[in-house]
Design a protein around this ligand. Structure first.
Ligand code: NAD
Length: 352
């Protein structure tokens, strides 16, 4: 049975991954998370207290705590998701993004390397370090074409630039030291337990509360959406079967403009709460954010052809599940929403 260390496991994708590994795969998991505003222990309630799961509140930039965690837990895999992830926050205060996404990844790579070098030959062979990254490193696309694993990096926002830098560090640790690393660059995720500052949960909750639904610019920016449960399965597949040193793009072939996503949510809300509709009247177009990329679209065919992974969840089905989840889980999002409203950064609304 695998022993897996997950960083950022109290976040949106990390918690989905931890629940999947512990509850569906029976793995022993150590979750490491600093519990920033985006980390939420309630997202791990279903694994809390299980012998197969333990939680360590720690900062990935803290080298001695990372060393201790590695030598105490002795993982077969490190799945690295801890990051500052909100583009709008990176524009207003980039420092924490540089610290966590770049310095934190560097710290973790250093500790992982020392730990990996201490393993027996057999364990060394099996060890993997997966770095979970984003398609935003590739910059913006015109109306045609896709990001492939060969697309040159061209990040626009401080967030994207910090993730690009961390990807380069990960590649260097493979090439220079032989650490068996893998990188995934994924499109926008959506699904349950998504922090209510991001486009889909924010739209659902604002619609529930009859508040304005802000849409940047003309709403025609396009993103490729992937259901978080599908992403988690891709991460497991890449770690298990991917070639060390390689990058795999992960995406759902589900391109949607922001205004289409918001309109779809309004339609689902109209069906659930006809007395409060039409929810479309809440849509308000607002000034675009600086450096807003026009279109992201991921070509995930390498993952399909080489590792047999494709996204299973259609956007319409995943969105319906997500809307129902938020309608039914107010006790999860209400405290986060209240904290977020308190520290609101202008219009903080972000697709991913
Ligand atoms: P998230 O913001 O929901 O979660 C990030 C987690 O990392 C939080 O629990 C936070 O407390 C923790 N964290 C932050 N700084 C830390 C530090 N210094 N030490 C330890 N823990 C720290 O993010 P997410 O949406 O779950 O994204 C997870 C990863 O996937 C990120 O690396 C992100 O770049 C990448 N990614 C996200 C998306 C998306 O659509 N959400 C798409 C592609 C890639």
């Amino acid at each position: 049975m695998k022993r897996i260390m997950v960083t950022g496991g109290a976040g949106f994708i990390g918690s989905a991954l931890v629940r999947h590994l512990v509850l569906k795969r029976g793995a022993d998991v150590l979750t490491i998370d600093k519990l920033t505003y985006a980390g939420c222990l309630a997202s791990l309630a279903s694994v809390e207290g299980l012998a197969k799961h333990r939680f360590l509140k720690a900062d990935i930039c803290d080298e001695s705590r990372m060393e201790e965690a590695l030598s105490g837990f002795r993982p077969d895999w490190i799945l690295h998701l801890a990051a500052e992830s909100h583009v709008d926050r990176s524009i207003s205060s980039a420092g924490q993004f540089i610290q966590t996404n770049i310095v934190g990844t560097y710290t973790l790579l250093n500790c992982a390397r020392r730990y990996w070098e201490s393993l027996t030959a057999e364990k060394k062979d099996r060890f993997r370090f997966l770095h979970v990254s984003t398609d935003e490193v590739y910059g913006s696309l015109g109306d045609h074409g896709f990001f492939t694993e060969q697309t040159a990096y061209d990040p626009s926002s401080p967030y994207a630039a910090s993730k690009a830098a961390s990807d380069h560090l990960v590649k260097a640790w493979y090439r220079t030291y032989g650490l068996p690393t893998l990188i995934t660059n994924c499109s926008n995720n959506y699904g349950p337990y998504h922090f209510p500052e991001k486009l889909i949960p924010l739209t659902i909750i604002n619609a529930m509360e009859g508040k304005p639904i802000a849409v940047y610019g003309s709403g025609l920016n396009i993103r490729d959406w992937l259901y978080v449960g599908d992403h988690v399965e891709a991460l497991e597949r890449v770690t298990e079967q991917g070639q060390p040193g390689e990058t795999y793009n992960v995406g759902g072939f589900n391109e949607r403009s922001n205004i289409d996503v918001v309109s779809d949510i309004c339609r689902l809300m109209n069906a659930r709460f006809p007395e409060r509709g039409p929810h479309e009247r809440l849509i308000a177009f607002v000034e675009d954010r600086p450096g807003h990329d026009h279109r992201y679209a991921i070509d995930a065919s390498r993952l399909k052809e080489e590792l047999g992974w494709t996204a299973k969840t259609s956007f319409s089905h995943g969105l319906e599940r997500t809307v129902d989840w938020y309608v039914q889980h107010e006790p999860w999002w209400r405290p986060l929403r209240s904290a977020y409203e308190g520290q609101r950064l202008g219009l903080a609304q972000n697709e991913a």
